[in-house]
Design a protein around this ligand. Structure first.
Ligand SMILES: [Zn+2]
Length: 50
């Protein structure tokens, strides 16, 4: 499995409602445009979820 997360702040999609919808755009909590910031990451790399 894999999930998207922000390449700038490493927050995963779904965390704190990320990505946030503002008008017609989606942004990360750090302010980056989600379409630009999102990267696909293997879940295997992460085991701690807090
Ligand atoms: Zn971010």
């Amino acid at each position: 499995m894999a999930h998207y997360e922000c390449k700038y702040c490493d927050r995963p999609a779904g965390y704190m409602g990320i990505p946030i919808t503002v008008g017609s755009e989606q942004i990360c909590a750090c302010g980056a445009e989600w379409e630009d910031a999102k990267i696909l990451v293997d879940d295997d790399e992460y085991y701690d979820e807090d």
